[in-house]
Structures are given as structure tokens and as C-alpha cells.
Design a binder for this molecule. Structure first.
Ligand code: NAP
Length: 298
């Protein structure tokens, strides 16, 4: 039986693995897609204490190498359910069943969509949720970004380096993003702020050819011709597979406090998948440490 099984190899999960193995425990991580989680898509991290600049990809790879070199094991298998048998937890993946003394759920969060007609159909045909992955396809072209958080502002800044023009469309005139980054973006000559506006339609027949935005105050609509539409309107958790195991809040986040303990003995949670007010790289890493040290005591 493994001491600690971790679900998710993002920042929280990999940090938990580092702390778990250093506490002398056997650690197995399951990852359904790619290591690193959301941070992989951030071109430049400049708010992780002690590291002035690092790309998300490099950061994630560093975490992965560190966890593996210390003795953690990782399997690319999707966890589809967990059974609580008291002192033993059975983790079911699409490929098999595994036993653990403790489990840390570090499933992160996934990109939210706007729910517009054609949004799904045009994903990969102009609609994207990842500027760093797809930005280069729009070199020299005009694009739009929807959202007002750190992701949207970062995406717009990144795209402004490739694209002839970037529209950042936000439903309010106040940004959630860090003020410093918004100010930097305002200085870019090829970025236009479209504020107090909602994207109401994606235009185009076979691919994105533009977006229709509606001004919230005047009710007027405006068609903006763009080849790419980047949706950066936040994340949502994906914890449905665990709803019978742990308590989820109304938005689907796993209920836990700063101790990272769920209400179930031996089941812990870390990072963006849990109820919390600040979802940052530092808090994800911190959660990983807290959850692993608690799990090591089981
Ligand atoms: P976020 O902070 O939740 O922001 C989502 C943005 O999308 C908000 O501006 C929101 O508008 C807007 N929005 C949500 N639903 C919408 C809808 N249906 N229609 C139009 N607009 C909508 O999400 P995020 O930017 O992805 O960031 C997630 C977390 O990761 C945050 O804690 C963020 O600080 C963190 N993050 C940090 C960094 C970094 O530190 N370098 C980088 C990326 C992300 P309202 O403001 O009106 O609600």
C-alpha cells in the first residue's frame, strides 16, 4: 500500500509530493493530462517569492524533476473515483485500482467558457483558451481577449508581441488583475481596451472572423473584426468524481480550511480545487506542503 496518493500534478500536487517524500513516505501521483497544471501556460512568472522571472513551463518542469529526484512516482492515469475504507483508501483509475493510507486531492481548476453559440464549434478555429499555446498562429493578425483577471491581462500583453492589434474586452471598468500589469498593458500602442462590454456573438462562418460586443451602458453593439478570440474568464473546478467522497461547495470546490483537511479522515485537498479566497502559485505550493505534512501523520 502506498502511503500517500496525490491526484493531480499541478503546483499543489507536485509540492505535496516533495513534502511527502521528504517526510519519508512513499508517494504516487496520478495525472490525467500534463504535468504542471495551469501555470504551464503563463509565459513569465514574476510574483513567486525568490524567483524574479521564470516561465510557467520551466517552473513546472523544475517542480516535476525535484519531486521525481526525491523519489516520488508519477503515473499518467485518470482517477475516476475514490473509496474510503477507513484506514485504507482505494483509488480507482481508468487503468486499475490502488491502495493508499492517505489521499491528497489536488485537481486544480479548468478554463471556464463563455457559453456563446459557436464557442465550442470554433475552438481550434479561432477560439482559444490558451494564449501561450496558440498565440503564434495569429502573428500579424488582430485578436480579442475576453476577461479582466490576471490571465486576460497577461494574455493580452503576450499577444500584443505577436499580433497587429489586441482588443481586451471586459464586462466592467475595474480589473481583478494586478494594477501594475494593467498599467503596463495600457502603455501598449496596439492594445485597445473595450470596457463595460460583453461579447454577445462570435462572428464567422467556418472560423472566427470577428466578435460582436454590446456596451452595457448604452446597449449599442459593435462588430470587431478579429481572427482570434481568446477566452480568459476564469476557472472552474472539476471535482464531480469525488462528490460522494468529500463535501463540495455550491461552485464545486472541495470544502477545506487552511489545514487542507476535508471532513473525511485521511483525505486532504490542496490548491485551486479547494474553497479559498486567494488562488495563486504561492498558495498552491503552500497548500501542497500543508496537506502533505498532515497526510504524513496518518
Ligand atoms: P479571475 O481572476 O477569476 O478573473 C476572471 C475574469 O473574467 C474576471 O474579470 C471576470 O469579470 C471575467 N468573467 C467571468 N465570467 C465572465 C463572463 N461570463 N462574461 C464576461 N466576463 C466574465 O480568473 P483568472 O484571470 O483566470 O485568474 C484565476 C486565478 O489565477 C486568480 O486568482 C489569479 O490571480 C490567478 N492568476 C495569477 C497569475 C499571476 O499571478 N501571474 C496569472 C494568472 C492567474 P469580473 O471581474 O466582472 O467578475
Amino acid at each position: 500500500m502506498t502511503d500517500i496518493i496525490i491526484v493531480g500534478a499541478g503546483t499543489a500536487g507536485l509540492s505535496a509530493a516533495i513534502y511527502g517524500v521528504r517526510a519519508g513516505k512513499s508517494v504516487l501521483i496520478f495525472e490525467a493530462s500534463q504535468i504542471g497544471g495551469q501555470i504551464v501556460n503563463t509565459p513569465d512568472i514574476e510574483n513567486y517569492p525568490g524567483i524574479a522571472h521564470i516561465s510557467g513551463f520551466e517552473f513546472a518542469n523544475g517542480l516535476y524533476e525535484q519531486a521525481m529526484n526525491l523519489g516520488a512516482e508519477l503515473k499518467y492515469e485518470k482517477v475516476i473515483g475514490i473509496e474510503d475504507k477507513g484506514e485504507k483508501k482505494i483509488v480507482h483509475t481508468e487503468d486499475g485500482d490502488y491502495e493508499a493510507r492517505a489521499v491528497i486531492l489536488a485537481t486544480g481548476a479548468k478554463n471556464r467558457s463563455l457559453g456563446l453559440p459557436k464557442e465550442k464549434e470554433f475552438t481550434g478555429r479561432g477560439v482559444s483558451y490558451c494564449a501561450t499555446c496558440d498565440g503564434a498562429f495569429f502573428r500579424g493578425k488582430e485578436v480579442a481577449v475576453a476577461g479582466g483577471g490576471n490571465t486576460a491581462v497577461e494574455d493580452a500583453a503576450f499577444l500584443s508581441n505577436y499580433c497587429s492589434k489586441v482588443y481586451i474586452i471586459h464586462r466592467r471598468d475595474q480589473f481583478r488583475a494586478d494594477e501594475k500589469d494593467v498599467e503596463e498593458l495600457r502603455k501598449k500602442e496596439n492594445v485597445e481596451f473595450v470596457l463595460n462590454a460583453n461579447v454577445v456573438e462570435i462572428l464567422g462562418e467556418q472560423k472566427v472572423e470577428g466578435v460582436r460586443v454590446k456596451d452595457k451602458n448604452s446597449g449599442e453593439t459593435r462588430d470587431i473584426p478579429v481572427a482570434g478570440f481568446f477566452v480568459a474568464v476564469g476557472q472552474a473546478p472539476e471535482n464531480k468524481d469525488f462528490e460522494n467522497l468529500v463535501k463540495l461547495d455550491e461552485k464545486g470546490y472541495i470544502e477545506a480550511d487552511e489545514s487542507c483537511r476535508t471532513g473525511v479522515n485521511g483525505i486532504f485537498t490542496a490548491g485551486d480545487c479547494r474553497t479559498k479566497s486567494v488562488r495563486q502559485l504561492t498558495t498552491a505550493a503552500a497548500d501542497g506542503a500543508v496537506a502533505a505534512l498532515a497526510a504524513a501523520e496518518v
